[in-house]
Ligand binder design. Structure first.
Ligand code: ZN
Length: 263
């Protein structure tokens, strides 16, 4: 099942996507069946079924918080000059950093080195805490693509990561949530202007999805819609005004955003 969030006639709706092309993209026959309310629990159809070309896709969820995991791929930890942590290393991104597919990543004047980080995002479906590893599937709604946009120069100079990771537009999410993804070996890649910059597999994670959700839920209560960014493979690099940056995850789809100066 693919759950999206769309803007229709000024209203915001969750919806179910039907009839993607063979390549898993929006095509002529793609439809969006609007839902009543939210997708956390029983799904209630609203009644309207619209052509995907007639709606605007927005971020598939608006989380109360985004928990991100640092250095969760050994090759990326190495390129950052750090060791693989012995337990998950987490930080928070503000909900106001979320943007949807097609919305611009805004380069802030405070940074001269903004970089892409392609990541698998886990969307929580139920209020939960202290979730055992084997119960994690019960609390996950699904998965989407994320870009953990980072002002690398500020990350290094500040020590704390709140500013470097927290600017408005620094958390593109989308294009939709896939509820039945196998996360043990999905390919993940990042392209800038069509050129491959990162290529890896979710199988390379130091801590897998179940371990991360369980560990994080032992620290803080997770709410429906909360998002966990699971770390990025090697190959992070700069994005500049005029670029187009894409994150692709096998079985999910592609999240594409233009990059512009914030001004
Ligand atoms: Zn990251």
């Amino acid at each position: 099942m693919r759950i999206c969030r769309v803007s229709v006639d000024g209203g915001l709706f969750f919806g179910l996507i039907e009839g993607l092309s063979e390549a898993g993209e929006i095509g002529e026959g793609t439809l969006v069946a609007l839902l009543d309310g939210h997708p956390f629990g029983d799904l209630a159809p609203e009644g309207r079924i619209l052509k995907a070309s007639d709606v605007r896709f927005i971020a598939p969820v608006l989380p109360s918080k985004i928990i991100a995991v640092g250095r969760n791929y050994a090759a990326h930890a190495k390129e950052m000059g750090g060791e693989v942590p012995v337990s998950p290393m987490i930080f928070l991104k503000p909900s106001t950093s979320v943007i949807g597919p097609g919305e611009p990543v805004l380069l802030p004047w405070q940074s001269e080195q903004v970089e892409h980080e392609a990541e698998l995002a886990v969307v929580i479906g139920r209020l939960c805490s202290d979730v055992p590893v084997d119960r994690v599937p019960d609390v996950v709604l699904g998965y989407t693509c994320a870009n953990d946009v980072t002002a690398r120069d500020l990350q290094k100079s500040d020590g704390q990561w709140g500013r470097a990771k927290g600017f408005d537009s620094f958390c593109p999410l989308g294009p939709w949530i896939v509820t039945d993804l196998e996360t043990d070996a999905a390919s993940i890649s990042c392209h800038v202007n069509g050129e491959v910059r990162q290529r890896g597999s979710t199988g390379e994670m130091v801590f897998d999805v179940a371990e991360l959700v369980s560990w994080i839920s032992s620290v803080m209560t997770l709410l429906p819609g909360d998002v966990i960014l699971t770390g990025t493979p090697a190959g992070v690099g700069p994005i500049r005004a005029g670029d187009e940056v894409s994150v692709t995850i096998e079985g999910v789809g592609t999240l594409t955003n233009p990059v512009v100066d914030r001004g």
